[in-house]
Design a protein around this ligand. Sequence first.
Ligand code: FES
Length: 313
Amino acid sequence: MVNSAWWASALSEAVNNEKPLAVVCNGEELALFRDGQGQAFALEDRCPHRRVPLSLGCVIESGIQCGYHGWTFDGASGACTTIPNLHANERVPARYAARPYPVAERNGFVHVWLGEGEPNESVPAATYQPEGCEYTGAGTISILHEEYLAAMLDGPHCLISFDAVKMTDFFLGDPRLQDDHLVLDRGAVWSTRVLPPQFVVDYPLIVRTSVPVRGGDIRVDLLTEQEAPLCTVLIASGANRRGTTSICWRGFLPQSDVSHVPLRWRVARKMKRPPFRVHTQVDGKLLAALLEAPSRDLARLRDSSLIPLRAAV
Ligand code: FES
């Protein structure tokens, strides 16, 4: 099964016109690269000649060149444009083409349309406008992709942490559907508070997780009680091989008033240290202890948006 949607597959800055980037996004193996004008392209990471990964080749003026026999493929159409040693009276057969994927860039990610035919949805909205220092990263985590999304709702502390912040199990309202994402607010406290969380009756912080019904772009916001943003993190996630999940992320601290936040947070900001950490290892015990609650709604919504894989290839 495949989730037919725009998938954020890589950080924009990781894709260049020097070396193709191999990514696995929702189970699809892709080679990403740019041309000299900065236009990004995605082709199936398999040469139609002898099935060698195209990402092992190199980027040249006219496209991507396979590292094995030097065939060249056009980024936009996937068509083979050059075969070395072809006689002057021979033409490149049209059937030698790599599968191209529609590509769009938004929010600092290269998005690839995975699914049947031409995109029938608009590219995700440009909702991420970083200010000041930005922090990025990428990794692979040993957890199924659907489990990763579920844990982001049931227990985001297993997957992301903010400096000096303790997330609680107290939901501030029911999950709501917003722009094709299931959004859930949970209470959080500064970990420097003297009272243990069970005696806390008000929550000075909100952790808002927005988990996609289609695709894999997750947004996590740390907000004050008045919903002023303290930190925003976008995480692109997709199924990798053998039950693992690829993730890459970018986040920033808005230039809001931080006079009331703990010293540790302010020091991190002054030193330009990231005040959040996206985990690339998961604590199985912690994960197993999570109650399945809001993620049940997500599973139901995502199931109804799936299309059979055979229709997508
Ligand atoms: S395997 Fe790619 S050109 Fe032969």
